[in-house]
Design a protein. Structure first.
Length: 241
């Protein structure tokens, strides 16, 4: 994990999302729905829901939309039933790819994801075909565009709270934890006044895959196609940027 940075992927994703607020709100609603369905609608008792709501608010999703998604999940409103599905496969140049989707029609979603891989030089594999190449980790991103954060202080506080590693990249700090330690580190840094840009328990590749310029172009098209699919919630890959 040392040296790995998610920040470039986050920057790329945010740039691609700027003109797609409607789809972004829909994805946030699905994430909130799933978190509330699994862990209840109380933010104070459901860390996954709290994280989903914080992400939605960061993208300026209206509170009414957030509350509606929670009410649907807890039975206060009638709505569709969504199912979580994970797809694994290889992109161009042997890049390992994991796709998490949330759908009310798994046949439709499977067909669309399979088509995206095939069209862009990749192929879907069996469950477990690439997941062994990733580690489940807590991830916290703190931006420091003004250069005001004391790196030593942040590092000390993060490590004392239970973090495993801290990486400084450009104007950002990326903090990695074990999944069980994620919430305590997140809460500790928030209580100290650090503004957290991104926070989640996610998948981190153990190694990064170098590809040719041609395969890089195909891989970017694959990612764009998947990101445009409203059922796709998260995409993980080991492409070396």
């Amino acid at each position: 994990m040392a040296g790995h940075s998610k920040w470039k992927n986050i920057q790329r994703r945010k740039n691609a999302q700027d003109a797609k607020k409607g789809k972004i709100f829909m994805r946030h609603a699905k994430n909130i729905y799933t978190a509330a369905k699994l862990g209840g609608g109380d933010l104070s008792m459901n860390p996954a829901l709290r994280t989903a709501v914080e992400k939605a608010k960061a993208d300026n999703m209206p509170n009414d939309n957030i509350e509606r998604a929670i009410k649907k999940a807890t039975g206060a409103l009638d709505g569709k039933s969504f199912e979580e599905i994970t797809y694994e496969g290889y992109g161009p140049g042997g890049v390992a790819v994991i796709v998490h989707a949330l759908t009310d029609n798994k046949n439709r979603t499977a067909s669309e994801v399979r088509h995206a891989f095939k069209k862009n030089g990749g192929n879907l594999g069996e469950s477990g075909s690439v997941s062994f190449m990733f580690d489940r980790k807590g991830y916290i991103l703190i931006l420091d565009e003004a250069g005001e954060i004391d790196e030593d202080e942040l590092t000390l506080e993060a490590l004392e709270a239970g973090a495993d590693d801290l990486i400084k990249t450009d104007n950002a700090y990326e903090i990695y934890t074990e999944p069980d330690a994620y919430q305590s580190v997140y809460d500790h840094l928030t209580n100290l006044g650090f503004s957290i840009e991104e926070g989640e328990v996610t998948l981190i590749p153990q190694n990064e895959q170098q590809v040719s310029e041609e395969d890089m172009e195909k891989m970017n098209k694959l990612l764009e196609t998947l990101e445009e699919n409203e059922d796709v919630q998260d995409i993980f890959h080991n492409l070396a940027e």
